[in-house]
Ligand binder design. Structure first.
Ligand code: 48H
Length: 270
């Protein structure tokens, strides 16, 4: 093996990372949260040709999908979501009851990630989005810091990334939209004007809700996945994941429409 210089290893990593970071300071779409909904959104938006960066607090992306149901690492999907899985080249196995399919949670999440990055999405892991950029009218970016800064309880000023659109894909806590409301008292496009909060389990209704609730929740920011049900008060659905995939696809389509029109969308309606 050729002689290795340790500092060249360091130099390569530092140069490549900072090149990537600098290249993503102004983007079309910032996705906060690397669960299934965010990852599907990253794939489709990249496929449309938009510049997309995803920020994930943990080192591992995947959110709740890795764990399937109660850590039995299988997911269930329904007929409606099969075209999305097919797009990713994932073939779920038909279950003995008609209309139900199972897939390995780990393999599914790994494939979603591989395809989203192949399509051009950039993933920043180990970074927490702690705030948004807001000009009293519109969200126009995200405020990022190392997750370890938060974990260590340090006070370190963050850095800013400008994005034409932001997606809150943070799952159950709907963290980014909640911060927007808490800090600025803005009125969301939800019926209450606030984060309504997720309702209890009802798999059929929850799956319908998560798709219907995927929308612009305030100027410049959309919700997808469980964050959509938290924002609009939809029900939870347990480890059936078709709705997450369909929600990710829907948010990508909605944002693509807005980016393709000359003006930013101006209202909560889709
Ligand atoms: C950076 C952040 C931040 C932040 C959070 O929870 P997720 O898997 O979200 P979804 O909506 O894609 O999928 C939901 C699904 O996993 C689930 O929980 C279901 C179907 N539940 C049904 C039920 O009944 O319980 O992923 C969200 C990701 C996580 O990886 C977080 O670490 C990350 O977002 N995240 N990343 N900055 N401020 N907050």
């Amino acid at each position: 093996m050729a002689k290795m210089d340790d500092t060249i290893v360091s130099q390569a990593i530092i140069e490549k990372y900072f090149e990537r970071l600098k290249n993503n300071l102004r983007i079309d779409v910032a996705i906060v949260g690397g669960g299934p909904a965010g990852m599907v959104a990253a794939y489709y938006l990249s496929k449309f040709g938009h510049k997309v960066a995803m920020f994930e607090r943990k080192l591992s992306i995947g959110g709740g999908m890795w764990a399937g149901g109660m850590m039995f690492n299988f997911i269930v999907v329904q007929d409606d979501a099969l075209p999305v899985l097919k797009e990713f080249g994932i073939e779920p196995e038909p279950y003995k009851e008609k209309g139900y399919y199972t897939a390995c949670a780990v393999r599914t999440m790994a494939t979603l990630t591989a395809k989203a990055t192949e399509m051009g999405a950039t993933i920043f892991n180990g970074i927490t989005i702690e705030d948004v950029v807001w000009d009293s009218k519109r969200v126009s970016g995200v405020v990022a810091n190392w997750s370890v800064v938060d974990a260590a309880g340090l006070f370190v000023d963050p850095l800013t990334i400008k994005s034409t659109y932001t997606i809150d894909a943070t799952g159950h806590p709907c963290e980014i939209v909640s911060t927007l409301v808490k800090k600025n008292g803005v009125k969301l496009y939800t019926p209450t004007g606030d984060v309504a909060g997720e309702c209890s389990m009802n798999a059929i209704q929850g799956e319908l809700d998560v798709v219907a609730n995927t929308r612009e929740v305030y100027s410049g920011i959309y919700v997808t996945g469980m964050a959509a049900n938290a924002a609009y008060g939809g029900q939870r659905m347990g480890p059936i994941f078709g709705g997450m995939l369909l929600s990710g696809k829907r948010v990508a389509n909605l944002i693509h429409q807005s980016l393709s029109s000359a003006m930013f969308s101006t209202a909560g309606a889709e």
